[in-house]
Design a protein around this ligand. Structure first.
Ligand SMILES: [Zn+2]
Length: 269
């Protein structure tokens, strides 16, 4: 089965096209400088950055752009408002606003919802949890250029969901991310539930490296690792140096693609 998918292009990298099969993805890459090569993708790595800290998000985007990659940044709909109540001490750093999110999206990064106010939706009545998610989508629809909830990946705060909420949400979105085994199967049609791990509150560098090794030791798979801020920001931060070195290493491995979650799913076209 051959399926086409157009990846984000930077100024220097005009077009990447990916054809997908169940066990691997063949990735012919065409560059503006006329170089081309074939990549047979068996591993996908998604670093799924939550909470939208301003400084970390800007730095994350810069590091991804250094390697012509798109970052996956999940933000809280109301975190930039004065009325926002910090969910806990791990949210005390300044966050970006939709001006920044629109700019990063225009630069090719993926901006996805991470709740209206970061409430734990698994601990609410179902109807209230649904209302919170719809409020979140309303803000995104109003504030984020080109946002379509049906094409979005909803990232549960605390990676906490319930079967009832998941069943309902599956009809509202392209997919959702919650807690579970971080090594998912490669993208397939109608894949709704994405599972991830995270680590904290201390630095995650070593844990992330271990999870990447675990992925690469398998014949195939899609690692979704829930990251937060960089350096000193957020719960379970990673160092900028680790992010830079991780991307530099992974882009050299022919079996690996580094993609935001929504874009990885869109490989199915
Ligand atoms: Zn969060």
């Amino acid at each position: 089965m051959s399926l086409l998918y157009q990846l984000h292009c930077t100024r220097r990298m005009a077009l990447k096209t990916m054809a997908l099969s169940v066990a691997s993805i063949t990735l012919p890459i065409t560059l503006t400088n006329c170089r081309s090569k074939q990549k047979s993708i068996r591993h996908i790595v998604t670093l799924s950055f939550d909470d939208g800290f301003k400084q970390s998000s800007i730095r994350t985007a810069e590091i991804y752009e250094k390697y012509h990659l798109s970052a996956c940044i999940n933000v809280i709909a109301s975190a930039h408002l004065n009325t926002f109540r910090l969910p806990n001490e791990y949210h005390k750093w300044p966050v970006g606003d939709f001006g920044l999110w629109n700019e990063l999206k225009a630069r090719g990064h993926e901006i996805m919802p991470h709740g209206y106010d970061h409430s734990n939706l698994s601990q609410m009545e179902l109807s209230k949890a649904k209302d919170q998610i719809m409020r979140c989508f309303d803000v995104f629809s109003r504030e984020l250029n080109g946002f379509d909830s049906k094409e979005s990946v909803f990232n549960f705060p605390y990676n906490a969901s319930t079967p009832e909420l998941e069943n309902w949400l599956a009809e509202q979105v392209k997919a959702f991310r919650t807690g579970g085994d971080p090594i998912n199967p490669l993208p397939y049609k109608n894949q709704k539930k994405l599972t991830c791990t995270s680590y904290g509150p201390e630095n995650i560098d070593n844990h992330l490296k271990q999870e990447i090794e675990r992925l690469l030791s398998r014949p195939s798979g899609w690692l979704i690792y829930n990251t937060h801020g960089l350096d000193d920001e957020g719960w379970g931060p990673m160092t900028s140096k680790c992010l830079d070195e991780t991307l530099e290493r992974l882009i050299k491995i022919d079996t690996v693609a580094i993609l935001p979650a929504g874009r990885a799913l869109n490989t199915l076209g």
